[in-house]
Design a protein around this ligand. Structure first.
Ligand code: GDP
Ligand code: IMO
Ligand code: MG
Length: 429
C-alpha cells in the first residue's frame, strides 16, 4: 500500500503538523521516527488548537500512532502531553498509541546538561530548546543510554543507570553543579514505568504486519532538513537526522517502503535559535511576516526569525530527501505585500553560490541574490482551487515550482484543516 513520508524542508516549523493531520484522513497509521519533545506541531480544528511535541499528529484523528525507535522519549514529558491532550477531549489508549521498546529515554540529567552547556557557550550558544535532546542522542551513540525496554528490566536498569550517572557526574562536577544520585533517577523510573508500560510494544513488527495487511502509513518528520545533524547548518542543528532516509532508520520500515516523499515548506523562511540565515529580514518586512504568520515557537515561545523564501536551501532539501512533491504552507501570510522576493543564489564578493556554502561560517557571510515578484494584495485563505487564486499568487507558486524543479502537491492557506488545496494526492500513485 502507498505510504507517505513528510519532511520539513527548512529550519522546522513549516506546518508539518497541519499537513500530517490533513493527510491522516487518508492514512491508517502515523509514525514519528526521530527527534523528541523539541518538536512543536500545531493542529487547529474547529477553532481548537492542539500542540503536539512527542505524540504523532495522527492521534488527533484517532489513528494508530507510533513512536518509533529513532525518537528520544522523555517519560515525564510524554505523560504530561498525554494528560493535556486527554483533558482536551482526545482518546489516547494503548490500542491507539504504541511506543517502541527500543526508543531512547531522555532523563533529567540530559536536560540539565543541555541547559548548562548552553549557558557555558554564552553568545556562541546553539539556542537549543533545552529539552535534553543532544545529550540523550549522545548517550545513544555512546552506548550508555537507557531505553524504554530498560524500564522493565530492574536488574540491568541499575547497571546501565550507574554507568550513565558515573559518566554525567564527571561533566556536572566539571561544571561545578550538584551531582546526580542514581537512587533519585531510579525512583523516578519506578514511578513512570507502570504508566508507560501499556503503550510499549514491538513497533517494527506492528509496522510491517499492518503494512502487509494493506494499511497506509504516514511517517511524520520533525524539525527540518537544514537542522539535520549531517546536512544542516552544523553546529547550529539538532542532534538527529531529519531527512527522509531517517524514516526508515527510525521506524524499521526499510528504505524502499517509505513511499511518496512530501517536502513541507513555508512560502517564506523562518528559523528559531541561532545559526546562519541568509534571507533573514531584520526590518519592518520581517516584523510584518512574524506578526501575520504568528511566528513564535510552540515549544519555547521564542520569536522566530523571519525572511524571504530561500530556493537555494529548498533545492538542497529536495535533493537530500528525494522529495517527490511539495506542500507549500502559509501562502496567506504573504497576502498583503507590494512585492515578494525569492532568493535564487548567494554572493560573497565576486563569488556566486548556487548551492549551499560548505560551512556555517561561510553561510553567515553570504548575501542573498533575489528575484522580485509583484504581490497580490488579496485574500487567499479558503480559496478552493489553484485557478481561483489571485493571478500573482499563482505566478509566485509557478515560479517556485520552476526554480526547484518539483511540483506543488498541496497548498495551505490558513492554520485550519479545511483551508488546504489538494493538487496531487500523495497516497495515489
Ligand atoms: P510544525 O512544527 O512544522 O508542525 O509547525 P508549527 O506548528 O511549529 O508552526 C506552524 C504554524 O503555522 C502553526 O501555528 C500552524 O497552526 C500555522 N499554520 C500552518 N499552516 C498554515 C497556513 O497555511 N497559514 C497560516 N496562516 N498558518 C498556518
Ligand atoms: P518542529 O518539529 C524549529 C532547533 C532549536 C535549535 C536547534 C537545536 O516543530 O519543526 P535541540 O533542542 O533540538 O537540540 O535544538 O534546533 N529546533 C527546532 N526549530 N522547529 C523544531 O521542531 C525544532 N526542533 C529543534 O531551536 O536551534
Ligand atoms: Mg514546530
Amino acid at each position: 500500500m502507498p505510504n507517505v513520508t513528510v519532511i520539513g524542508c527548512q529550519w522546522g516549523d513549516e506546518g508539518k503538523g497541519k499537513i500530517v493531520d490533513w493527510l491522516a484522513s487518508k492514512a491508517d497509521i502515523v509514525v514519528r521516527f526521530q527527534g523528541g519533545h523539541n518538536a512543536g506541531h500545531t493542529i487547529v480544528l474547529d477553532k481548537k488548537t492542539y500542540k503536539l511535541s512527542l505524540l504523532p499528529s495522527g492521534i488527533i484523528r484517532g489513528k494508530l500512532s507510533i513512536i518509533g525507535n529513532g525518537v528520544v522519549v522523555d517519560p515525564l514529558a510524554l505523560i504530561n502531553e498525554i494528560d493535556i491532550l486527554k483533558n482536551q477531549g482526545l482518546k489516547i489508549t494503548p490500542e491507539l498509541l504504541k511506543i517502541s521498546y527500543s526508543a531512547t529515554l531522555i532523563l533529567p540529567y540530559h536536560q540539565l546538561i543541555d541547559v548548562e552547556r548552553e549557558k557555558q557557550k554564552g553568545k556562541n550558544k546553539i539556542g537549543t530548546t533545552g529539552r535534553g535532546i543532544g545529550p540523550a542522542y549522545e548517550d545513544k551513540i555512546g552506548r550508555r543510554a537507557l531505553r524504554v525496554c530498560d524500564l522493565y528490566d530492574i536488574e540491568n536498569r541499575k547497571i546501565f543507570l550507574n554507568n550513565a550517572v558515573l559518566h554525567h557526574n564527571i561533566t556536572l562536577k566539571g561544571l561545578g553543579k550538584k551531582l546526580i544520585k542514581t537512587s533519585d533517577i531510579n525512583s523516578l523510573l519506578d514511578k513512570v514505568a507502570p504508566i508507560i508500560e501499556p503503550f510499549v510494544d514491538d513497533t517494527v513488527e506492528i509496522i510491517h504486519r499492518e503494512n502487509k495487511k494493506g494499511k497506509n502509513i504516514l511517517f511524520e518528520g520533525a524539525q527540518g532538513s537544514l537542522l539535520d545533524i549531517d546536512y544542516g547548518t552544523y553546529p547550529y542543528v539538532t542532534s538527529s537526522n531529519t531527512i527522509a532516509p531517517q524514516a526508515a532508520i527510525g521506524s524499521g520500515i526499510g528504505p524502499s517502503n517509505i513511499g511518496y516523499i512530501l517536502g513541507i515548506t513555508k512560502a517564506y523562511t523562518t528559523r528559531v535559535g541561532n545559526g546562519p540565515f541568509p534571507t533573514e529580514l531584520n526590518d519592518q518586512i520581517g516584523e510584518k511576516i512574524r506578526k501575520k504568520g504568528n511566528e513564535f515557537g510552540v515549544v519555547t515561545g521564542r520569536k522566530r526569525r523571519c525572511g524571504w523564501l530561500d530556493s537555494v536551501l529548498l533545492k538542497y532539501a529536495v535533493k537530500l530527501s528525494s522529495i517527490n512533491g511539495i506542500a507549500l504552507t502559509k501562502l496567506d501570510v504573504l497576502d498583503n505585500f507590494k512585492e515578494i522576493k525569492i532568493c535564487v543564489s548567494y554572493k560573497l564578493g565576486d563569488k556566486i553560490f548556487k548551492t549551499l556554502p560548505t560551512s556555517a561560517v561561510l553561510m553567515n557571510k553570504v548575501q542573498p541574490i533575489y528575484e522580485t515578484l509583484e504581490g497580490w494584495n488579496a485574500c487567499t485563505k479558503g480559496v478552493e482551487s489553484l485557478n481561483k487564486l489571485p493571478k500573482n499568487a499563482l505566478k509566485y507558486i509557478k515560479k517556485i515550482e520552476k526554480i526547484i524543479g518539483i511540483d506543488i502537491s498541496l497548498l495551505s492557506t490558513s492554520p485550519e484543516r479545511e483551508d488546504t488545496i489538494l493538487i496531487k494526492d500523495p497516497f495515489i500513485k
